[in-house]
Write a protein that binds this ligand. Structure first.
Ligand SMILES: Nc1ncnc2c1ncn2[C@@H]1O[C@H](COP(=O)(O)OP(=O)(O)O)[C@@H](O)[C@H]1O
Ligand SMILES: [Mg+2]
Length: 318
């Protein structure tokens, strides 16, 4: 089976997720390469391990660059820490004012509060960068390579965490607002209110795109092994809690046996999990990828992987 529906014009954001080492980066890059045949495509990595640079054998950083030897493909590695520290630097005065006006904390306490992070804010800032790109609309497809499962889930849970924080901050502000209104009869929203409102809008923009099954698709990648199976089950359960329902799943590293002892033994080890995948995910489009003798590195092997992902071939085992 091949990956389906990714050319649909409404579909903008394609996110790959799964356990470490199952092939997310390889599959995200191969998909971006295929899409770039017809669409202006941006591959975005949110993995601090810089694996997109490694796999493309080209230095990519926190700035969009064209991928060498391709026509319509660009890449960026979003560095969450940098995105967050830019945001903090820009809004330090507003955060200080929020605490000064809404709490009884003294200056030292406020300084300490300012060093603490808002839960989920770094992921929200990474996602904000992605949503900004999508809304700018220069590219037609945005393919996101995430760090291992926990990270993808944190990314998806982050808007809710930040939203909870905004609710508390807004409640703190109400008291201040009430006080000002009682003393002076009126209240003009200030830069702190504007910051909370703009954060709220950012969270909404992220949630709107994540929850829109026409605009955004999450593709889990797994391999036929015990630990990866358990993690894939957890991933799908957690995604469902966020109302994200994958349509297809990639099963990577499937052993194609030519009968040699090593291959036959590996395959025999994989078969129970392949059957389990078939049973458990029967409602999804299952896309099998063979295990190559060589690692997936550079455009040549990515093109090879791409042909398995997108050309309709007969099933390997499931
Ligand atoms: N089908 C495959 N056959 C052989 N090697 C693979 C295959 N898919 C991925 N790899 C290799 O496995 C390692 C992990 O792949 P990668 O795409 O970086 O996974 P992840 O992003 O999930 O950590 C890399 O060295 C990659 O080259
Ligand atoms: Mg990776």
């Amino acid at each position: 089976m091949a990956l389906k529906g990714l050319e649909n014009n409404d579909l903008k954001l394609i996110i790959f997720g799964g356990k470490g080492g199952v092939g997310k980066t390889s599959c995200a890059l191969a998909t971006a390469l295929e899409l770039s045949k017809k669409f202006k495509t941006l591959i975005i990595s949110t993995d601090p391990a810089h694996s997109v640079s490694d796999c493309l054998e080209q230095q990519i950083g926190f700035k969009v660059v064209k991928v060498d030897h391709t026509t319509n493909l660009s890449a960026i590695e979003i560095v969450a820490d940098e995105a967050l520290s830019e945001f903090k630097k820009e809004h330090l005065a507003e955060f200080r004012k929020l605490f000064e006006t809404s709490t009884n904390l003294d200056n030292q306490d406020i300084d300490e509060m300012l060093t603490l992070s808002i839960p989920g804010i770094d992921e929200v800032m990474s996602f904000k960068a992605i949503v900004d790109f999508i809304e700018e609309g220069y590219y037609e497809k945005y393919v996101v390579d995430t760090a291992p499962t926990g990270h993808a889930l944190r990314l998806i849970a982050s808007p809710k965490l930040v939203d909870d924080w905004i609710k508390v901050a807004t409640r703190m502000r109400w008291k201040y607002r009430y006080m000002i209104t009682s003393f002076s009869g009126s209240y003009q929203p200030d830069e702190v209110d504007n910051l909370l409102l703009s954060l709220k809008k950012t969270v909404k923009r992220i949630e709107n795109i994540l929850r829109d099954n026409d605009k955004c698709e999450f593709i889990p990648v797994c391999i036929p092994e015990k630990m990866a199976m358990a993690e894939t089950n957890r991933l799908l359960t957690d995604l469902a809690k966020s109302e994200i329902v994958p349509r297809q799943i990639i099963v990577n590293n499937v052993m194609v046996s030519d009968g040699c002892d090593f291959c036959a033994t590996r395959l025999a080890g994989q078969l129970p999990y392949l059957l389990e995948i078939k049973r458990t995910f029967s409602n999804l489009n299952l896309v099998e990828l063979p295990m190559f003798a060589e690692e997936v590195k550079g455009l040549k092997t990515l093109h090879k992987l791409k042909s398995f992902l997108f050309n309709e071939t007969s099933p390997l085992y499931i």
